[in-house]
Design a protein around this ligand. Structure first.
Ligand code: NAD
Length: 293
């Protein structure tokens, strides 16, 4: 049986680990917060009290951590102890250059590695419907595929090292821009005395339709249930969106890409965070930009 170590058992990691345990994988878990680790012991998790408790014969090490510096610290602590061909899979959202540097470190030790950030949020992690955007080799992807299938509904090998993070950066920059646009369209409609439900009915089936309208409409009591119906409780927080935009804009700069709307979106979310609204769902940008909060 494949032996997995899962490091970072927060909002996402705990739910992904739960699905691995349900599928009868042998999983050892480590998190700085021991309480979360202990909460998963009754469903079969083996507790690691430190990184050194992770056994040498582990086949796959999965990380789901807040940022690239923390992932690097964990890799630096671990990679020396493992046998050739242990597979390191980082599912955290980190910047493209850091992901490439981590792959190089693994390659130098003859270890396999993938960057595999996810889309789908906490709900997707719980329901095992995540999408994995994967960067790395075909060999590593084939080993990981059955494990991706347990935690998600889709995975795609997007290209070589760093391609998963690059794909995620493109997706989330687009999401930020489209959510701001959706908010502006609804704010305009409401100021023009339109019925927001009728506006939704047209926008969600016309050329302006997109995920931010159809599945995550940022207006209360309009469209399917979304954070707007729960006082913008996240969901996906504005702070996490700013983190992802910062990663995307770093890549925009390093590749000399023109992305003025991406830069503007970053500026908008930065203002929201400066105004202490970073803990709200990112779709609250709609009312923040309308000066209603
Ligand atoms: P989280 O803060 O809930 O969980 C992170 C966990 O890592 C925490 O439990 C923390 O204690 C642990 N941790 C921090 N430093 C550690 C260390 N050195 N060793 C071991 N454990 C450590 O975050 P999350 O929401 O689970 O997100 C994790 C990653 O997934 C982030 O990179 C985030 O951008 C990405 N992501 C999150 C979502 C979402 O909706 N929450 C969606 C897609 C991607």
């Amino acid at each position: 049986m494949t032996k997995i170590a899962f490091i970072g058992l927060g909002n996402m990691g705990a739910k992904m680990t739960t699905n691995l345990l349900k599928a009868n994988y042998e999983v050892t878990g480590y998190d700085l917060n021991e309480e979360i680790v202990e909460g998963l012991i009754p469903i079969g998790l083996k507790k690691a009290t430190s990184l050194s408790d992770i056994e040498k014969d582990t086949d796959i090490v999965i990380t789901m951590l807040p940022n690239g510096d923390i992932v690097e610290e964990v890799y630096d602590n671990l990679i020396d102890k493992f046998n050739t061909r242990t597979l390191f899979v980082d599912c955290s959202t980190i910047d493209v250059d850091k992901a490439k540097a981590l792959h190089k470190k693994c390659e130098a030790k003859n270890l396999l590695s993938l960057d595999a950030p996810v889309s789908g949020g906490v709900g997707g992690a719980e329901q095992a419907t995540l999408t994995f955007m994967v960067g790395g080799t075909e060999e590593a992807y084939k080993i990981m595929l059955p494990v991706f299938k347990v935690m998600g509904k889709k995975s795609l090998l997007c290209g070589s090292f760093g391609s998963g993070q690059a794909t995620k950066a493109c997706n989330n920059m687009l999401l930020a821009i489209s959510m701001i646009g959706v908010g502006e369209a609804f704010n305009l409609g409401i100021n023009l005395d339109l019925d927001p439900n009728k506006l939704f009915e047209i926008l969600s089936t016309s050329t302006g339709s997109c995920w931010a309208i159809n599945s995550y409409c940022p207006i209360k009591n309009v469209g399917p249930t979304s954070p707007a119906d729960k006082n913008f409780e996240p969901g996906f927080s504005a702070s996490l969106m700013l983190k992802d935009l910062t990663i995307a804009l770093k890549a925009v700069e390093s590749t000399n890409t023109r992305a003025p709307f991406g830069a503007k979106a970053q500026e908008n979310f930065q203002k929201m965070i400066n105004d202490n609204k970073g803990n709200l769902d990112f779709s609250a940008i709609t009312i923040f930009n309308n000066k209603a909060i």
